[in-house]
Write a protein that binds this ligand. Structure first.
Ligand code: SF4
Ligand code: SF4
Length: 375
């Protein structure tokens, strides 16, 4: 079977109305070690043989060397400019856009890029169109493989009776998205998602809940999502001053560290996570939070993450429970991460506080495992 360009079933809706102006003092995207594609390798071998490394994970590939083995890309200069800008790898050119291939091709925008939050000049929809055009062959090929995997997944779900169509799952979330900023509602959804019976998202009032237990559960979820083997793999948050913050989980504490431009680390101190009060969005922060949850609910990679979990846990839970659990856990994780930043800055989850929370969170959300593929 072969596909024509129209068969990509392309969804670019996440990019609509968004624009980008890169903030050069940020440099966040130069902290992700860029892969060098086979057709780019020759230029790097000829011109910068000592600045490339061969890596075995997640597959054998050539990549740009990092400063000090854990810092930013070695081509990022002291004023955070790229020394090889016209020759930067494909990986760097496409950021903050990602193309996710599941049952269709969908463009997703990395909202950890602060350049997309404060007004921009570059239309990301136009850039997304170019990215698709430049990768048509790869997209077609990957889509055929991915559709086969999705078909097998759905057949497995139907066989054991846990299937629900993704459109119906999404519609239920969309209709109740504003309730996800209420902590009792989140607690209730998380409880229901762990039951053996197939759940629907609740309407009306929620049972009384233990706030301390929810705070503890939010803290544990947050600590789990921050946990990393080393500084290089730890989640990173570029703050409004351009500082690269790392929060390293060490036992019951979080070590707060700044990653320096030379790849060195400066420790700012230990944070006791039990002191972080779980906040809820307020004022315009609510609209930002709801809009982000709507984005997650439309992203195929998030649905693909729920599918990944269903497969990983042996098709034991209803797809509805898994998906609503993913949305509620993401909401709780985001609120705790945002609360951590607000705690450190003395802020709250108003418009600015909620945006900072999403900037700190979205890159990790996009990194979650999924049964489709990013190209
Ligand atoms: S993350 Fe966005 S704003 Fe920051 S350097 Fe990259 S493109 Fe620019
Ligand atoms: S090659 Fe340039 S744009 Fe790419 S990560 Fe390195 S410094 Fe950044």
């Amino acid at each position: 079977m072969s596909l024509s360009p129209n068969d990509l079933d392309l969804d670019m809706s996440e990019l609509e109305g968004r624009a980008l102006t890169c903030d050069p003092s940020c440099g966040l995207c130069c902290l992700c070690q860029p892969e060098i594609l086979p057709h780019e390798v020759e230029w790097f071998r000829s011109n910068h043989p000592r600045r490339i490394v061969t890596l075995d994970q997640p597959h054998r590939h050539v990549a740009v060397a990092l400063k000090n083995g854990q810092g930013p890309c070695s081509f990022l200069n002291s004023t955070r400019r790229c020394e090889i800008y016209p020759h930067r790898p494909h990986h760097c050119r496409q950021f903050p856009l990602h193309l996710y291939v599941g049952k269709r091709v969908q463009a997703e925008l990395d909202l950890s890029c602060r350049g997309v939050w404060y007004g921009g000049t570059e239309d990301v929809l136009v850039e997304g169109g170019k990215l698709v055009q430049d990768n048509l062959d790869t997209l077609r090929h990957t889509l055929m493989e991915s559709r086969a995997i999705y078909q097998e997944f759905e057949a497995n779900c139907r066989e054991v009776g846990i299937y629900r169509p993704d459109a119906s799952l999404r519609q239920e979330v969309e209709q109740r998205v504003e309730r996800f900023s209420e902590l009792p509602y989140l607690a209730h959804v998380l409880d229901l998602s762990g039951e053996d019976d197939e759940m629907t998202l609740p309407n009306g009032s929620c049972p009384r809940y233990d706030m301390n237990e929810l705070e503890r559960s939010a803290m544990e979820t947050g600590m789990e999502s921050l946990d990393a083997e080393d500084a290089f793999s730890a989640p990173i948050y570029c703050d409004p001053k351009g500082r690269w913050n790392l929060f390293l989980v060490r036992g019951d504490l979080i070590k707060w560290v700044i990653l320096n431009d030379d790849g060195g680390l400066t420790t700012l101190g230990d944070i006791d996570p039990s002191k972080v009060k779980l906040l809820v969005p307020e004022g315009e922060g609510k609209g930002i939070f709801w809009s982000y949850l709507r984005t997650l609910n439309r992203r195929d990679s998030v649905m693909g993450y729920a599918y990944f979990l269903a497969d990983y846990y042996g098709y034991e839970d209803f797809l509805a429970n898994t998906y609503y659990g993913v949305i509620a856990t993401s909401a709780l994780d985001l609120l705790w991460r945002s609360s951590l930043i607000a705690y450190l800055c003395g802020g709250k989850l108003d418009r600015a506080g909620m945006i900072e929370g999403i900037i700190s969170y979205d890159m990790d959300r996009l990194d979650a495992p999924t049964i489709g593929a990013f190209i």
